[in-house]
Design a protein around this ligand. Structure first.
Ligand SMILES: Nc1nc2c(ncn2[C@@H]2O[C@H](COP(=O)(O)OP(=O)(O)OP(=O)(O)O)[C@@H](O)[C@H]2O)c(=O)[nH]1
Ligand SMILES: [Mg+2]
Length: 235
C-alpha cells in the first residue's frame, strides 16, 4: 500500500525549516504539502526544497483535505502538522503498525499509555479528554485520542465514511460560523462501522513558532454536535 504524507500548512515557515529536514523522504511514497494560503514564505520554502505542494481554493482544513484528494497518489493518507506538534520520530512506528496489522486507521495518540501533550493547556486537555471519552462511550471505541491530526488511514475510508462530502459538516458550520476538519468525525464513524483501528504513541511537543489556528469554542460545539447526530442517525 502506497502512503502519501499530507503536510498541512498555514503560515508555518519557521517551524517547517526545523521539521521538514527531519523527514526521511524515502519512508513514504509521496509528500504533498497542502497550503491554506500562506504569506510567510511557506510556499517559497516548498519550491526551494522541491516539495510538491497544492494551494487550496476554499478556506479551512477540511477543504485542504478534500481538494487534495485528487492529488494524493497513495492508497493511504498520513496527515501531519509541521508546526512542531508532530514528532517525526513517531512516524516510523505509526507506519509500521499500519502495515503490520492491515489497519483501516492508526492514530498517533498524544495520550497513548498515559502520555501528556506539551501543547495542551487546561482547556484543550479537558476538551480532548471529554471528546475522546464521548466517542468511546457513544461508539464503543477504545481511543486514547480521537481528535489528533497525526494519523494514517486507508484513503478509501474517506469515501466509505462520507468525509469528503459537504453535507455532514454544513449545518453545524453554519450554526457555529466556522469550518470544521474531518478527524473527529472520522474517529466516530470508523468506530461505528467497526473498522480496524489501532494506536501508537504520538507524543506532542509544544508548537515551535507561528500562530494557533484552533477555534476552541466553535470547533468544540461543531464536533460535539456531529458526535450526537452520528450516534443517533448515521448508519
Ligand atoms: N492547509 C491548511 N492548513 C491549515 C489550516 N488551518 C491550520 N492549518 C495547519 O494545520 C496544522 C494544525 O493547525 P494548528 O493551528 O496547529 O492547530 P492545532 O494543532 O489544533 O493548534 P495548536 O497546535 O495548539 O496551535 C498546522 O500546521 C496549521 O498550519 C487551513 O485552513 N489549511
Ligand atoms: Mg498544532
Amino acid at each position: 500500500m502506497k502512503i502519501t504524507l499530507v503536510v498541512l500548512t498555514l503560515n508555518e515557515y519557521e517551524s517547517m525549516q526545523e521539521i521538514m529536514p527531519q523527514i526521511d523522504r524515502s519512508c513514504v511514497d509521496q509528500i504533498l504539502v497542502v497550503d491554506g494560503g500562506s504569506t510567510d514564505g511557506t510556499i517559497e520554502y516548498c519550491q526551494e526544497h522541491g516539495y510538491e505542494y497544492y494551494i487550496q481554493k476554499k478556506k479551512g482544513i477540511r477543504h485542504a483535505y478534500t481538494e487534495a484528494l485528487e492529488h494524493i497518489r497513495g492508497d493511504a493518507i498520513l496527515s501531519f502538522s509541521p508546526d512542531g506538534n508532530c514528532r517525526v520520530e513517531d512516524m516510523a512506528p505509526l507506519i509500521a503498525k499500519f502495515r503490520e496489522g492491515a489497519y483501516d486507521l492508526v492514530i498517533a495518540s498524544r495520550y497513548f499509555d498515559g502520555a501528556k501533550s506539551e501543547d495542551d493547556d487546561l482547556i484543550t486537555s479537558f476538551g480532548n479528554w471529554l471528546f475522546t471519552g464521548t466517542v468511546n462511550l457513544l461508539f464503543g471505541a477504545h481511543y486514547t485520542d480521537a481528535m489528533t491530526i497525526y494519523r494514517l488511514y486507508r484513503k478509501q475510508i474517506v469515501y466509505d465514511l462520507e468525509l469528503d462530502q459537504d453535507k455532514p459538516y454544513e449545518t453545524f458550520e453554519k450554526w457555529y460560523r466556522t469550518t470544521l476538519s474531518w478527524e473527529p468525525m472520522m474517529s466516530a464513524r470508523a468506530a461505528k462501522r467497526k473498522l480496524r483501528i489501532g494506536e501508537t504513541l504520538g507524543y506532542e511537543p509544544a508548537r515551535i513558532a507561528g500562530v494557533r489556528k484552533l477555534q476552541i469554542i466553535r470547533w468544540g460545539l461543531g464536533y460535539y454536535s456531529q458526535f450526537i447526530r452520528d450516534w443517533l442517525f448515521w448508519k
